[in-house]
Write a protein that binds this ligand. Structure first.
Ligand SMILES: C[S@@+](CC[C@H](N)C(=O)[O-])C[C@H]1O[C@@H](n2cnc3c(N)ncnc32)[C@H](O)[C@@H]1O
Length: 402
């Protein structure tokens, strides 16, 4: 068990991240390291994440719409900027405490997304189920993180995972955003009869009769006089009265000659057009570790480059599904600052926590470039032209003075 020594901030005033941090003795604002308009409600904090969350205490509880974390995977590697050799027991203990603390920060419809690979996927799922309860597990996303083949191993590992848990699965389901409909889906909507309501596609007018009421069994008479019975084991989707009013309104289609089996018209303007995110995220859609490194190289120097950055497109998809402009995003393992950069470009507020000194070297440099209108990553996708900013704070837990 880790010992949490910090004194939590408590406040009854309306939430302001900057005010909470400025009002605490545990945090020091480092003006020289702030980015752009540092009074925006976004901040990056140099410190150990559990100690930082403990100091923030009630001030951050229930405020965060989306937590994304990319913790060390415990894969026995040593990277340029951090060590990934904790050993299983220590790693499990650390992740359990952090997942618990991070859950507390979530709003009632908020969600936590966590990157991981095969080494600890099963254990992380168990921790997530314990902390969030199994009914609030949302999905295991498989991310195709590399396109090249690794021939020296028995299998070439070409994917990682992202686990998603919600504070409350029902609330998350109601508030999460759909992905944009593909051109293929949009092309199904046409307007062959020049309907003034615009493009439509036809969908079935009958349903399985398992939960039907008596009013859904009748002979449907088309305007041409042709009589239609529902197919065996099925009934009409509407009662007779409702179906007749839909026919009068021109919302039922009987084929080009008016004699075909009736179908309903589903209008593009009324359709909740968008697709539920699938659990398979391909490299061509959301980038790879290599594409993320190449992007970083265009912002930082070769010496600065980070070993394990995530591509901006991957984080964009998460933030798109799980949040809206103005929401607060939290990344407690900020690394090279990908989540903060993407949040900035997508108009979200953010809190980033990182214990390594690269928060001052990499993240600040990167976020200043973003503020100045950096054009890589998701910039062309969101029309990013620069602006925004964040304040920089040191927490008293920080390991290295910056
Ligand atoms: C895999 S990297 C994150 C990479 C990031 N997603 C990106 O795109 O650049 C993990 C980061 O977490 C940091 N870290 C590890 N343990 C931490 C802790 N307890 N508190 C704060 N930062 C921590 C490491 O220093 C490292 O920079």
């Amino acid at each position: 068990m880790e010992n949490m020594r910090s004194r939590p901030i408590t406040s009854d005033a309306p939430f302001s991240l900057a005010r909470s941090l400025d009002g605490s003795n545990d945090f020091t604002r480092e003006t020289a390291l702030s980015v752009g308009q540092a009074n925006t409600d976004s901040a990056i904090i140099h410190g150990e994440n559990l100690a930082v969350l403990d100091s923030l205490g009630d001030a951050i509880k229930g405020r965060v719409k989306c937590v994304y974390i990319d913790p060390p995977y415990n894969n026995a590697e040593v990277y340029r900027h951090y060590d990934d050799r904790l050993g299983r027991r220590v790693w499990l203990d650390r992740m359990t405490h952090r997942m618990r603390a991070l859950r507390e920060t979530l709003s009632s419809d908020g969600s936590l997304w966590v990157s991981i690979d095969d080494s600890e996927l099963h254990n992380l799922r168990q921790i997530g189920d314990d902390v969030f309860q199994p009914e609030n597990f949302i999905a295991t996303v498989v991310w195709n993180h590399r396109k090249t083949r690794e021939n020296r191993r028995p299998f070439s590992t070409n994917h990682e995972y992202i686990l998603c848990f919600a504070k409350n699965a029902e609330a998350f389901k109601r508030s999460r955003n759909l992905l944009a409909a593909t051109p293929e889906i949009l092309s199904r909507y046409k307007n062959p009869d020049k309907d003034p309501r615009g493009a439509w596609q036809s969908i079935t007018a009958n349903v399985q009769d398992g939960h039907a009421t008596k009013s859904q069994f009748y002979t449907l008479v088309s305007p041409s006089g042709r009589r239609h019975e529902p197919p065996k084991g099925r009934c009409w989707v509407y009662s007779q009265a409702k179906m007749e009013s839909e026919i009068r309104a021109g919302r039922v289609y009987f084929g080009r000659d008016g004699n075909a089996v009736p179908r309903l018209k589903k209008y593009l303007s009324e359709a909740k057009i968008g697709i539920a995110p699938s659990t398979l995220w391909m490299a061509d859609e959301v980038g790879t570790t290599d594409s993320a490194k190449k992007h970083l190289l265009s912002v930082l120097t070769k010496e600065d480059v980070f070993d394990t950055p995530k591509p901006e497109e991957l984080i964009q998809r998460i933030l798109h599904v799980a949040s809206n402009p103005g929401d607060l995003i939290l990344d407690a393992y900020l690394g090279s600052g990908t989540t903060a950069s993407v949040a900035m470009k997508m108009g979200r507020n953010f809190l980033g926590i990182e214990q390594g000194p690269h928060i001052a070297t990499h993240c600040v440099k990167r976020l200043r470039a973003v503020h100045d209108g950096e054009g890589g990553g998701i910039s062309p996708l969101v029309g990013w032209e620069g602006g925004s900013g964040c304040a920089f704070y040191s927490h008293r837990s920080k390991l290295t003075r910056v």
